[in-house]
Design a protein around this ligand. Structure first.
Ligand code: NAG
Ligand code: NAG
Ligand code: NAG
Length: 287
């Protein structure tokens, strides 16, 4: 009898401990999840604008970029194809990604005096963005023009959420330099370390700045142009929204490189007609 009572007591104590442990363990997890969601919805959206065109390395490049973006919170990827119609490759690719995206397309108008790429595509994305923000309650956000073959560290996205107007930072391996970057004195941009066309109003690569999205509503005329010489697209868009004094040096006062202007080499592919072995025809599998 005495023994049985002891057993019951042990069971009761055991159950108490179990219940206590359950609450102790589950409560913090629950709170943590809520905290995470609140943080996410309070983060300004990053609108990544990426023009892209059909080529052998397109899917490889888009894969690499999209898998970086999968690690970024509150990102909205705007992908604009340089084509008459949306291709099956990019449509399916975006559908299969878990990203929040918008898929657009516009064919580049061949211009005699302008070899700039992405002008029509980025402008179309900006038109879409203006309409989207105009009807959105949350007008906060950051616009970042992203090439599909650059290399982006996650830190560059953390930095750009601090932007008030226009944020700038160094870009690695660009313009014939190891790094092209704004020079910073007392926390302000005082000049630029650039050798390629240093007379550009803003000698900054497309990957080296991001703009507060609200400014595109404030300046509805801000856009890229085919009427400027090569290398002046960055200066063209920035002139509408900022002066040098407005630039906010990020990445620890421009002392860190968080983005690289890498380029995917054009692969050399053997001509199937010159090969003796019969091969599967081109297009038998998506590459
Ligand atoms: C952009 O500007 C708006 C309005 O001035 C401001 O509320 C917001 O905090 C700024 N920054 C971002 C990242 O949206
Ligand atoms: C940037 O430099 C300014 C002026 O020297 C300083 O006050 C600020 O703390 C620096 N910011 C960072 C992130 O290092
Ligand atoms: C935003 O919407 C208002 C009202 O519909 C319109 O008058 C205005 O032109 C729109 N602005 C932009 C930048 O699209």
């Amino acid at each position: 009898m005495h023994f049985l009572n002891k057993k019951k007591q042990y069971i009761a104590i055991g159950m108490l401990i179990f219940v206590a442990l359950f609450f102790f363990h589950s409560r913090p997890a629950f709170q943590c999840q809520i905290a995470q969601e609140t943080i996410n919805s309070n983060l300004p959206t990053i609108y990544g604008i990426t023009p892209t065109y059909a080529r052998l390395t397109q899917k490889a490049d888009l894969t690499r970029l999209s898998q970086t973006l999968m690690l970024v919170k509150n990102i909205h990827w705007i992908v604009i194809e340089d084509s008459e119609t949306k291709t099956k490759l990019v449509s399916n690719f975006l559908k299969e990604s878990t990203l929040k995206y918008t898929h657009l397309n516009v064919k580049t108008q061949k211009a005699k005096h302008s070899t700039a790429s992405g002008v029509e595509q980025r402008n179309l994305a900006l038109s879409w963005l203006r309409e989207h923000l105009n009807k959105s309650e949350d007008k906060r956000g950051v616009v970042y023009f992203m090439d599909d073959d650059n290399t982006y560290a996650l830190k560059v996205f953390e930095e750009m959420r601090k932007i008030q107007k226009v944020g700038v930072w160094p870009v690695g391996i660009v313009g014939g330099m190891r790094v092209e970057m704004p020079l910073v004195t007392d926390g302000k941009v005082s000049g630029y370390n650039a050798v390629w066309k240093p007379f550009r109003p803003f000698p900054i690569d497309m990957a080296g700045f991001a703009i507060n999205a609200t400014l595109f509503l404030q300046f509805p005329e801000a856009k890229f142009s085919r009427g400027v010489q090569s290398g002046f697209q960055e200066s063209e868009i920035l002139k509408y929204v900022a002066t040098k004094d407005d630039l906010e040096p990020l990445a620890e006062n421009c002392t860190k490189v968080y983005v690289w202007h890498t380029r995917t080499q054009k692969p050399s592919i053997l001509n199937p007609k010159k090969l003796k072995t019969p091969l599967l025809p081109d297009g038998h599998i998506e590459v």
